[in-house]
Each structure stands twice: as structure tokens, then as C-alpha cells.
Design a protein around this ligand. Structure first.
Ligand code: NAG
Length: 205
């Protein structure tokens, strides 16, 4: 079993409070909630997301894993301006550099230790080593990462977002796993096409 039930429960309570505090960023809606088109009247299960139950039962994954509870996975969030992600970092793993275009991120470190960092719009890097129980905020839209440098112990974090659909733009994928022309990339990075192709090769699925 990856994580015992009791701490997880406490953590979820804590993070619920975090989500409440997260600043709303999505447009206000004019109804209590939004139902998907052609759906029957909602019952409590519409407002319930059970996709995190696997955390209690599943072993630590071999590579970095994120379980999202945003609008796509949990349609009741549509119009509510909040969402969650649970992030699991086996020893030595990284959540590669990325941004969230529509929300800041409030990360609560539930287990382990974690190196986090973001770069502001003047290219200044802010890095921190978080201990279990710490909270870190990644400002909206800025490039950031998390790294579990402890090769032996996993880390687990819960992130709250002030959008039902914060979005994730992965820099490695956007730049080197899309179809941007090699020449454009070589000129952009002031390097040669061979170097760009090497970077692209490493990301092929
Ligand atoms: C690169 O893109 C392909 C196709 O979209 C995808 O299957 C693969 O997972 C991506 N690579 C990484 C490292 O995410």
C-alpha cells in the first residue's frame, strides 16, 4: 500500500481548505452549477469524484505520475473555478518544466521532500526545498518544475488550481515534440539542426 488511509484523509481535508482559498479565475456562472448537455437531473454522485481512491490502494508508480481532478475528469467542476491534481514522485523523478496558462498553482507537500522552482518574467529563478507539510505557490502562467532529488523515498503533493481547467503546457513537448520546423528551432536556440533533432528524438513517444 502506497499511503496509509489516515494521513491521506487529513491531507485531503487540509487541501480542501486550500482550494477554497484559491482565487477564482474563471468567469462567473449565472446558475448554481452546470450540467453537461442532455444529462438527467444531478444526484450527489454528479458532485463526487472517486478517481483518487487508487492512491490508497495502488503501489508507488515507477515514474512521475499525476492524477487530475479537473473539468475533463470531473464535469461538475465546470463553472466552479477550482480543480485539483495529485502528484506522485518516485525517488529521483521530475515533473518536467511546464506552465499552466489559466491558473496559479498552490502545491501542498503531503509526503517526502521536494525541490520546486519557477522563473519569473524577468528570468529570475526562485527555488525552494519543501519539507512535508509545506505549501508553495507557483504564480499563474510562469514556467515551473518539481524534482524529488531523494533517490530512495517517494514524495506526494496535492495541487489546487483557481480554474476548473488550468491547462498544462509542457515546454519539452511544446518545443521539441510538436511539429515546429527544425530550422526555426535551431535559429531560436542559436544552435544547429542536428542538436534540435537530438532533442526531438529523446521525446518521441
Ligand atoms: C510526444 O508526442 C507523442 C505524440 O503526441 C506522444 O505519444 C508522446 O508521449 C510525447 N512524448 C512525451 C515525452 O511526452
Amino acid at each position: 500500500m502506497a499511503f496509509t488511509k489516515k494521513p491521506l484523509f487529513l491531507l485531503l481535508i487540509t487541501s480542501l481548505a486550500i482550494a477554497q482559498m484559491a482565487m477564482a479565475g474563471d468567469p462567473d456562472i449565472l446558475t448554481d452549477f452546470i450540467l453537461p448537455p442532455n444529462s438527467p437531473p444531478p444526484d450527489p454522485s454528479f458532485f463526487t469524484f472517486t478517481g483518487m481512491r487508487s492512491l490508497v490502494t495502488d503501489p508507488i508508480p515507477p515514474t512521475f505520475k499525476v492524477i487530475k481532478a479537473s473539468m475533463e475528469q470531473f464535469p461538475a467542476l465546470n463553472g466552479q473555478s477550482v480543480s485539483y491534481a495529485v502528484l506522485i514522485y518516485p525517488g529521483g523523478s521530475v515533473n518536467p518544466v511546464h506552465t499552466h496558462p489559466r491558473s496559479s498553482e498552490l502545491l501542498f507537500l503531503a509526503q517526502g521532500s521536494l525541490e520546486v522552482g519557477f522563473v519569473d518574467s524577468t528570468n529570475k529563478l526562485f527555488i525552494q526545498t519543501l519539507q512535508q507539510g509545506d505549501i508553495f505557490v507557483f504564480p499563474k502562467g510562469l514556467v515551473h518544475f518539481q524534482y524529488n532529488s531523494d533517490a530512495k523515498n517517494p514524495a506526494l503533493a496535492i495541487s489546487a488550481f483557481g480554474s476548473a481547467n488550468a491547462g498544462t503546457v509542457s515546454l519539452p513537448n511544446s518545443l521539441f515534440n510538436s511539429t515546429i520546423n527544425d530550422d526555426v528551432l535551431a535559429l531560436s536556440f542559436k544552435t544547429d539542426v542536428a542538436t534540435i533533432q537530438k532533442l526531438k528524438a529523446g521525446l518521441k513517444g
